[in-house]
Write a protein that binds this ligand. Structure first.
Ligand code: SAT
Ligand code: MN
Length: 582
């Protein structure tokens, strides 16, 4: 009797007609074999193996360098279930339209069957998925990003409980590119792109869109959050999770190195992009990182902004769309002094005088988490880590203070729901436009966000002691366009304040938008932040917030009666508080 997985593989082979089928076991030998094949076809280029052992460069199609949100669909039976936050196609229509593109799509190619586990293999919260792909680059990337191969097949056994992901490069044309989610069937179809978020289906497609849909039904949360632990000099470690939109510094924050003025502090990394949050046996919220690797943004990564990542990517890493120096090493803007000459991300000769970027702004590396020096001893703990505080942060040049705290859980949910941020190169749309991005989940929530807010509110009553909720903004600028806050390692100064709040050790000032720190409680020793600048960073601009409240209202209105009444009440209460002058 074939297993449900074998039956599905047969069905897909009959449609896509691959030359042969390769079941991935995740072994070293298999990895070497696939890399060898890609070196031969030119899909990978070998980097300098003395300086970067086990590292390779991949140049993607120039039309395929970021997530394509306008080609990403949630195909629920009812349109309202997907909500105004998603593109929607009826399942039957989607299957007919995109099914036609999959017919014969793998002719002449190998079909890789990639079983994977999201989450530590022994975790009760982990999930199995299987991605079928005709891209060996995707297969080897999935080996780094997930627990791939044998452990996944062992965990699955003969069960039919796995997320089915079907992926083909197709012809890489954006005209025939679709990323479809069928959350009711736990199925993903992706064609026409080899780019991370579009093609590594365990990541955004499974661990966020499909998982968030299931999480609502099952009473947990699948979030676009990093997870870290902060160890204080007294040995106490406090765990937090923090949501930021793509390319807003999650990876850097997750592996932050404390400033010299904070001896005895240590930051422990658990994850840099996705958190699955479950109510644990003790009633608290426990987080696991479903991933096993990092898919980080290269530009701006250097020994100052993220020394832990620089140490991580020195081996066994795939670099995509970075520049190549004559020494055969990778280079990107902000890594170090520019080389006198290089090949740019498209393989064209480049010099610092070229007037163009050597690396694509969304160039990336894929690297194993276990190589990161700051990984927490708990990062693969089956039960996860207990979360004491949640953070929501956008990229905002003005208005939003460096940090403030929600009054309670419903207000915290409102702070997440009303987050907005300037767009980045992680998606193929205009960069720098402020858009609403609730919980940094706008591109990743697999269902109607009105229902999502209701679920978040409901989680407050499922958890014995809900985490405190904070908003942060590392990106506030002076009128001259200078960043007011140094960011990076110094962000720990802000987290320290939040931990002080968690443990009831610090007071705060009540303002209309939430609890704001007293300036003296944020340590600025050793950094160039004057008391006046600190005041600017913490200032609550009432007129600006009243104006922003108009945008919140407009955003909320799209959800009609799916928006929980409590969100409107929070919004009205904010406006009331802003209107009462003190
Ligand atoms: O391309 S990914 O979605 O994996 C990275 C990101 O945009 O967050
Ligand atoms: Mn992300």
């Amino acid at each position: 009797m074939p297993t449900p997985l074998e039956r599905w593989i047969d069905e897909v082979s009959a449609i896509t007609q691959p030359r042969n089928v390769h079941w991935c076991d995740g072994s070293d030998a298999e990895y070497r074999q696939l890399v060898g094949e890609m070196l031969q076809t030119g899909t990978l280029l070998e980097l300098n193996q003395q300086e970067y052992p086990g590292c390779y460069l991949h140049r993607s199609d120039p039309n395929d360098v970021a997530r394509t949100e306008h080609l990403t669909f949630v195909c629920t039976r009812a349109k309202v279930a997907a909500g105004p936050n998603n593109n929607w196609m009826a399942p039957a229509e989607a299957k007919e339209k995109v099914g036609a593109l999959f017919k014969g799509a793998m002719k002449g190619r190998t079909m890789y069957v990639v079983p994977y586990v999201m989450g530590p293999v022994a975790s009760p919260y982990a999930q199995v998925g299987v991605e079928i792909t005709d891209s060996p680059y995707v297969a080897v990337s999935m080996r780094t990003m997930t627990r791939m191969g044998k452990p996944a097949l062992e965990r699955l056994g003969t069960s039919e409980s796995f997320v089915k992901g079907l992926h083909s490069l197709g012809d890489l044309s954006p005209e025939r590119r679709f990323i479809l989610h069928f959350p009711e069937e736990r199925t993903i179809w992706s064609i026409g792109s080899g780019y991370g978020g579009n093609a590594l289906l365990g990541k955004k497609c499974h661990a966020l869109r499909i998982a968030s849909f299931a999480a609502r039904q099952e009473g947990w949360l699948a979030e676009h959050m990093l997870i870290l632990g902060i160890e204080e000099p007294n040995g106490r470690t406090t765990y937090i999770a923090a949501a930021f939109p793509s390319a807003c510094g999650k990876t850097n924050l997750a592996m932050l190195v404390p400033p010299k003025t904070m001896p005895g502090y240590k930051v422990w990394t658990i994850g840099d992009d996705i958190a699955w949050l479950n109510v644990g046996p003790d009633g608290r919220l426990w987080a696991i990182n479903p991933e096993a690797g990092f898919f980080g943004v290269a530009p701006g990564t250097n020994n100052k902004t993220n020394p832990n990542m620089m140490a991580t990517i020195g081996q066994n890493s795939l670099f995509t769309n970075v520049a190549l120096t004559p020494r055969g090493t990778p280079w990107w803007e902000g890594m170090s002094e520019p080389p006198a000459e290089a090949l740019d991300w498209q393989g064209r000769p480049w010099t610092p005088q070229s007037g163009s970027k050597a690396a694509h702004p969304n160039s990336r590396f894929t690297t194993p988490a276990r190589q990161c020096p700051s990984m927490s001893p708990e990062w693969e703990s089956p039960g996860g880590v207990p979360i004491s505080a949640l953070f929501f942060g956008g990229r905002r040049a003005s208005l939003v203070p460096l940090v403030f705290q929600g009054f309670d859980w419903p207000h915290g949910v409102f702070l997440g729901a009303t987050m907005n941020s300037e767009t980045t190169a992680a998606a193929t749309a205009k960069v720098g436009v402020v858009r609403q991005d609730p919980m940094a989940m706008l591109p990743f929530c697999g269902y109607n966000m009105g229902d999502y807010f209701a679920h978040w509110l409901d989680m407050g009553s499922r958890v014995a002691k809900p985490p405190l909720v904070f908003r942060v903004n590392w990106f506030r600028q002076s009128p001259e366009g200078k960043f007011l806050w140094p960011g990076f390692g110094d962000n720990l100064r802000v987290l320290r304040w939040a931990i002080g709040r968690v443990h009831g050790q610090l007071d705060a000032e009540e303002t209309p938008i939430g609890w704001v720190p007293r300036a003296a409680d944020i340590d600025t020793g050793g950094i160039d932040v004057s008391p006046a600048v600190m005041q600017d960073l913490l200032r609550v601009d009432r007129a600006g917030w009243l104006e922003a409240a108009g945008g919140q209202r407009q955003f909320f209105e799209q959800f009609g009666d799916r928006l929980p009444r409590a969100m409107w009440e929070q919004q009205e209460a904010l406006v009331r508080r802003l209107g009462i002058s003190t």
